[in-house]
Design a protein around this ligand. Structure first.
Ligand SMILES: C[S@@+](CC[C@H](N)C(=O)[O-])C[C@H]1O[C@@H](n2cnc3c(N)ncnc32)[C@H](O)[C@@H]1O
Length: 343
């Protein structure tokens, strides 16, 4: 029987409800608590690392420890320090990605003498090396936001890298989608078992690979008109071992597929920031959507993501399309929208 522990998870702004729903699927003994932040989830769950590994919508997952303490200096108390070090060792043993060798700290005043002592104790008791910039296990210290009590919280990250950095990703394509958003776009587009999925403008393959790791689709097809990015996409597909994914060099505004060949289409459109130009977006979006309306069956859905919501909405209006969901999300300084259209 696994014990129930307290965990915390970072999520992307605009996705907390979906991340919480994914956490609740861990099991009946899972409970979510108020965190007071739209980017943090606090939950208790069974200590089952194979299940925790299935969470795809979290940026980081941590053990959450809470100690009655007026300041960080009180954490040097031998009882508290042992508890912290025990959890660091547990995180090292049960890491959700690869085995950590080093740790780093995030705390207000992390350069103070108190934190120097905390770091020295952790190094001594865990055998891990302190690496200020690139440490594997992230330890976050903060005063409890609950003003009724004097307490300090310690977050011990359960992975060596943020979980949004998927293992298959060996190349950084500028303009690549955060895999968490690709995962969420896929869900919001409501795929059904046995669907044929088309991902136009697939870039380095993020949506294709996230989709292939989910429900059993019949076909997963990606197209892009940039041969260099398709090479990266192929490398990522090979890393992911999802050889069923088909990719083609094709123009999204002139697809060579038959009418009604797909049940569902997804696209991370060029936003006109890192890729493309805002002044070209209206025509590019309109020509692409016209093609998607041809190759996707009636009653099928289109799931789109872009920061250029203005041009996308103008195109949706011009083609008289029905939007069934619109959601503002967050990715590295940008606030793109996910839009789901019912054909
Ligand atoms: C925002 S990026 C997609 C990034 C992708 N989601 C990823 O994670 O790597 C947009 C992609 O659209 C492609 N693209 C732009 N115009 C296109 C067109 N007319 N036909 C096909 N692909 C196009 C670009 O080559 C680029 O890879």
């Amino acid at each position: 029987m696994n014990s129930i522990l307290l965990f915390a998870a970072d999520c992307l702004k605009g996705t907390k409800d979906l991340a919480q729903a994914e956490i609740l699927k861990l099991g009946k003994d899972t409970q979510i608590f108020e965190s007071g932040s739209d980017e943090l989830i606090i939950f208790s769950a069974s200590e089952d690392y194979n299940k925790l590994k299935t969470l795809k919508k979290m940026v980081n997952i941590y053990y959450l420890l809470c100690f009655p303490a007026k300041g960080p200096g009180n954490l040097l108390n031998i009882k508290y320090m042992s508890e912290i070090c025990l959890h660091i060792q547990k995180a090292s043993k049960n890491s959700l990605d690869f085995k950590p060798k080093t740790f780093k700290i995030s705390a207000a005043g992390s350069d103070s003498q108190t934190f120097k002592e905390i770091i020295s104790k952790i190094t001594h008791f865990t055998g891990l090396t302190y690496d200020k910039e690139n440490g594997d296990i992230l330890l976050r210290f903060r005063k409890s936001p609950n003003k009724q009590i004097d307490a300090w919280e310690v977050f011990v990250r359960l992975s060596s890298r943020p979980l949004s950095q998927r293992n298959w990703k060996t190349k950084n394509f500028v303009g690549a989608l955060n895999p968490i958003l690709a995962n969420i776009l896929y869900d919001l587009a409501r795929p059904k078992k046995g669907d044929n999925l088309l991902n136009v403008m697939c870039g380095s393959g993020t949506i294709l690979i996230e989709a292939s790791e989910r429900k059993k689709l019949n076909r997963i097809v990606g197209i892009d008109n940039n041969e260099n990015v398709l090479k990266i996409c192929k490398e990522h597909i090979d890393n992911s071992k999802h050889s069923e994914i088909e990719i083609y060099n094709m123009d999204a505004t002139s697809l060579t597929f038959k009418d009604n060949e797909f049940d569902l289409a997804l696209s991370d459109l060029p936003w006109g920031e890192n890729i493309g130009n805002i002044k070209d977006n209206f025509k590019l979006y309109q020509d692409t959507l016209r093609e998607l309306l041809r190759v996707v069956k009636q009653e099928g859905n289109l799931g789109l993501i872009t920061q250029d919501i203005k041009n996308l909405e103008l195109v949706i209006k011009s083609l008289n399309l029905k939007v069934i969901e619109k959601r503002k999300v967050y990715q590295g300084g940008f606030y793109p929208y996910i839009v789901i259209i019912k054909i």
